[in-house]
Design a protein around this ligand. Sequence first.
Ligand code: NDP
Length: 385
Amino acid sequence: MAKIVCVLYDDPIDGQPKTYARDDLPALSQYPGGQTLPTPSAVDFTPGELLGSVSGELGLRKFLEERGHTLVVTSDKEGPDSVLDKELADAEIVISQPFWPAYLTPERIAKAPNLKLAVTAGIGSDHVDLQSAIEHGITVAEVTYCNSISVAEHVSMMILSLVRNYIPSYQQVIAGGWNIADCVARSYDLEGMHVGTVAAGRIGLAVLKRLKPFDVHLHYTDKHRLPADVEEEYGLTFHESPQDMVPFCDVVTINAPLHPETENLFDEKLLNTMKRGAYLVNTARGKIVDRDAIVRALESGQLAGYAGDVWYPQPAPADHPWRTMPHHGMTPHISGSSLSAQARYAAGTREILESWFDGTPIRDEYLIVQGGQLAGTGAHSYTAK
Ligand code: NDP
């Protein structure tokens, strides 16, 4: 029987909600493009409930315990005395969400001799050292597509919030003020702007689709070019590299995975090739940008605004400079953890676990590493060291 360690974010300060803002979730039939939604044999939770926090347990306890497994759920993941570190000694499976990642470093993997499966309840397995997973024969799987649209909606919201100066205007209201000039002195229309995405995968393309009705000029760069009919339908201009694209853009959104090719991509040099007063939205991973170069670009006016929800490390320390830099619209890492998304990735996690325990193949689109090499989605979108 297996020990499963599930690292989840803390419960709400006042405990799990007793009621919810809405009574149900819209019924979806499939993901855009036709991929099927998660297909576990059953779920033991009500979609729309908070599942991603410790007491939510991703709705997994009944299922795992009925099969005789041991489930340990904790939010305590930092440092050698953390619950995660102690439990790793004999864990077979580690589950965590990118919002509250269980960083599986080479050191931790070396101390986890029984570890065979790392599941990302979400998308983005960069918190697992993939090279070590490859070397130790650990399977890495994530719930591909579960929150891609959730993030695309968040990106669209953040672009509009920055360009239209929404957050400072909201703060005027809260503070009892009515200085319209202060609100509008940094407020523009998105219409007519050039908007580019670094990567046009599930999220990046969904952002482009959502922004098209705003009558903007759409640009993208990606390792692989989109089909010509998609480029034509959405009026997309392709650029060979981020370096080629960003000088044309008023708004840039980053939607690529973090891997050696993208780490620190937005450094001072690249930021200085952007148009003065451009906006940058990053919901992909904090390490894709140079933390301090972003602060300097906002202070100098090179960037008019920066928003996103990904930081490094997570949780971000109280003195992280992005909390206090000017003209930002940061949130904690929430975009992919809406209640809607949680229902999908909890079901997807269960689907992966059912496959694992039943000895049936994990869906190819969920695989990042298997059998000592990048596999499935991982082979397509990631690079090993
Ligand atoms: P996809 O795999 O669908 O898309 C990723 C795209 O990035 C692919 O088109 C891939 O290219 C492209 N890509 C990879 N490397 C590069 C590069 N060096 N330059 C340009 N393009 C590159 O993933 P999603 O769209 O679903 O997710 C993207 C990322 O967003 C995740 O990896 C994760 O880090 C982040 N994310 C954040 C969430 C949040 O809550 N904030 C939630 C979910 C995801 P190709 O396939 O053509 O090789």
